[in-house]
Design a binder for this molecule. Structure first.
Ligand code: ADP
Ligand code: MG
Length: 229
């Protein structure tokens, strides 16, 4: 088991003395090598859940066991350490640094991990070659297409060999051909043993995953074949 969430709730403050319940009693598990998708309409709580799973935010209540350890009560520094070591993020809008080349963008997480410059650049190159971008190492993001930018972002997410790859609407900003290409890359990573959790509002994209869940109004459930299409 990589992670297990038990009765997780997330509230946000609403005005002075009220709260809004965004995530409601979430129970969710992910095993080594799983490929899961969470579907849900805009505003249903998908990104909030992903932020909790990736230690970008903390729950209001409930237990989050990651890699056998209860993460409740960990300090921000401890959570950041787990996040940097064990989680790779892919976002809808790529989030590449505009002044850095593709290779420098991919190498960046290794800097925080304390890897030497030579090894950083070497490993970044390998990750980009794996994404079919060997011709684009020195390109800055403004010279890359959306699909290429997302492949750079995936290379950056996997270069540290994380335990878990989290993707929030990874095809949301792409045309359908580029989106399909990204799904083929995820399939390849999954075949090579990666554990992937993807968030999407697109049923065609969710269908690539082995397990499908849906979130509606902050409540998570297993999604049956063909539901809400
Ligand atoms: P999704 O990713 O499914 O579109 P989000 O998880 O981003 O949805 O948001 C779910 C709900 O929580 C939305 O109604 C949003 O306005 C609200 N929300 C998200 N973040 C905050 C926050 N920091 N403070 C208050 N409300 C928030
Ligand atoms: Mg979202």
């Amino acid at each position: 088991m990589i992670l297990s969430m038990k009765d997780i709730c997330k509230d946000f403050p609403l005005g002075k003395d009220a709260v809004v319940h965004i995530l409601k009693h979430i129970n969710f598990e992910l095993k080594e090598g799983d490929y899961a998708a969470i579907m849900g309409p805009s505003g249903s709580g998908k990104s909030t859940l992903m932020n909790l799973i990736g230690f970008l935010d903390t729950p209001t209540s409930g237990d989050y066991i990651f890699d056998g350890e209860n993460m409740a009560g960990k300090s921000d520094n401890q959570l950041a350490e787990v996040r940097n070591k064990d989680i790779g993020f892919v976002f809808q809008t790529f989030n590449l640094l505009p002044k850095l080349s593709a290779q420098e963008n991919v190498a960046l997480p290794l800097l925080y991990a304390g890897v030497s410059k030579k090894e950083r650049m070497q490993r970044a190159e390998e990750a980009l070659v794996r994404m079919g971008l060997e011709e684009r190492l020195k390109y800055t993001p403004d010279r890359l297409s959306g699909g290429q930018s997302q492949r750079v972002a995936i290379a950056r997410a996997i270069v540290t060999k994380p335990r878990l790859l989290l993707a929030d609407e990874p095809t949301g900003a792409l045309d359908s051909a580029s989106g399909t290409q990204i799904m083929e890359i995820f399939q390849q990573l999954h075949d090579d043993g990666a554990t992937i959790l993807m968030i999407t509002h697109d049923a065609k994209i969710a269908a690539y995953a082995g397990q499908q869940y849906q979130i509606l109004d902050g409540e998570l459930s297993v999604r049956e074949e063909g539901e809400n299409e």
